[in-house]
Design a protein around this ligand. Structure first.
Ligand SMILES: *Cc1c(COP(=O)(O)O)cnc(C)c1O
Length: 396
């Protein structure tokens, strides 16, 4: 089945229960399950038979979403979690069971993930080393030196949309015996599938493209067999699973992922082209740019013709106050700090995602005071561009 059909059919309409088959999976709010005979529950608790017993262990609505996510990412199994951050925490913990408590991570990752690594895991003695994942020689050197238990990166970096060679890094991580985790939130399984490229675990903030409508906070962990068992065992103990209502909304969202994301990528590409020629714009960062520093990796790893729906651009001669004034002039574009929604969102990294990073460090990361990030929605692209244009020209 093609991706466009999988998003609609996988996980749903299960026929293994007696009676009528609901055409969409219901929201099962029950916390506990029992059976005609106590012996059945006994076998389920004893792992001799599959079945539902308690919703922290498994829930039929979550089960359907997890089956869908497993199919889309070509994994062995999935776990739906209460947020993307919960997914990351469980993934790191599962990866480090029986491995050295050392992580080699990309330096350009989601801000809260840096805090999770440094403050939460670091506080429990996990040693974290950051490296530029787009510099393969540096990655090789650092992995050889650190001998980490886990290697981590994002499929498309934020906000400068850099793309590392996931398949080559997977080889390096595997050769060192490390678990390789990829946060694929920005690419979605429509652009690339990290498990097919050699990752052990792929993580999503389902809050973004998968749920897609700005009304769900959720995460997903999809893993190979070995790591899925570890993730499940951990979550049986600590919980952190997604609520069934949010699971339902996420599954409903995923049904339109293929059409939404295709439109979002098209819109982003057109916006990138228009903004590149705009008198108020100094520079545009987008993955379709033939001069993109990772053009070869993008060409090799991405689904042809799709370059993601995130672009960033620098406003000519704008300081912090000028960027704020630009944001205040937006009428259609939502100046909110998320991405992946049906409406176009604009984020100012210096104010939001990269606020806690020193100006000097930000400069070194290439995140300037005049940089804004756009997450293209599915509106008519002319309306989005007209809104950006009016807001940009407002100060001219
Ligand atoms: C939003 C995001 C997260 C965190 O997800 P939440 O659902 O907000 O917990 C992690 N990684 C990336 C790349 C994100 O964009």
């Amino acid at each position: 089945m093609k991706f466009e059909s999988q998003v609609i059919h996988a996980g749903d309409r299960k026929r293994n229960r007696p009676g009528a088959v609901p055409s969409t999976t219901p929201i099962h709010l029950s916390s506990t399950y029992f059976y005609e005979r106590a012996e059945t529950l006994d076998r389920i608790f004893g792992h001799e038979e599959e079945g539902f017993s308690y919703s922290r262990y498994a829930n039929p609505t979550n089960d359907a979403l997890e089956e869908l996510a497993t199919v889309l990412e070509n994994g062995h199994g999935a776990l739906a979690t209460a947020s993307g951050m919960t997914a990351l925490q469980l993934a790191f913990q599962a990866a480090l069971i029986d491995r050295p408590h050392k992580i080699v991570s990309s330096g350009s990752i989601y801000g809260a993930t840096i805090k999770l690594l440094d403050q939460v895991l670091g506080g429990f003695g996990v040693d974290v080393t950051y490296v530029d994942m787009c510099d393969l020689e540096a990655v090789e050197r650092v992995i050889a030196r650190e001998q980490p238990g886990c290697v981590f990166m994002e499929s498309i970096s934020n906000p400068l949309v850099r793309v590392g060679q996931i398949d080559k890094i997977a080889e390096l991580a595997r050769a060192a015996g490390a678990a390789f985790i990829v946060d694929s939130t920005f690419s979605t399984p429509m652009i690339l599938r990290p498990l097919d490229l050699g990752a052990h675990i792929v993580v999503h903030s389902a809050t973004k493209y998968l749920a897609g409508h700005g009304d769900v906070l959720g995460g997903l962990i999809i893993s190979d067999e070995q790591h899925h068992e570890s993730v499940r065992s951990l979550s049986r103990i600590v919980g952190g699973s997604l609520g069934p209502f949010e699971s339902y909304l996420t599954m409903r969202g995923i049904k339109t992922l293929a059409v939404r994301f295709e439109r979002q990528c098209q819109n982003a590409r057109k916006l990138a082209e228009c903004l590149a020629n705009h008198p108020c714009v100094e520079r545009v960062y987008y993955c379709s740019d033939p001069r993109h520093p990772d053009a070869a990796a993008i060409q090799r790893l991405f689904r042809p013709g799709m370059f993601g729906a995130i672009l960033s651009f620098e406003i000519r001669d704008a300081d912090r106050a000028a960027v704020m004034a630009f944001m205040n002039r937006l009428k259609l574009v939502v100046p909110g700090s998320s991405l992946g929604d049906v409406h176009t969102l604009l984020l100012y990294p210096v104010m939001a995602s990269h606020r806690d990073i020193s100006p000097k460090m930000r400069e070194r990361m290439g995140i300037r005071e005049n940089l804004v990030r756009v997450a293209a929605g599915i509106e008519a692209v002319d309306d989005i561009m007209a809104d950006l244009d009016a807001a940009l020209r407002g100060s001219m």
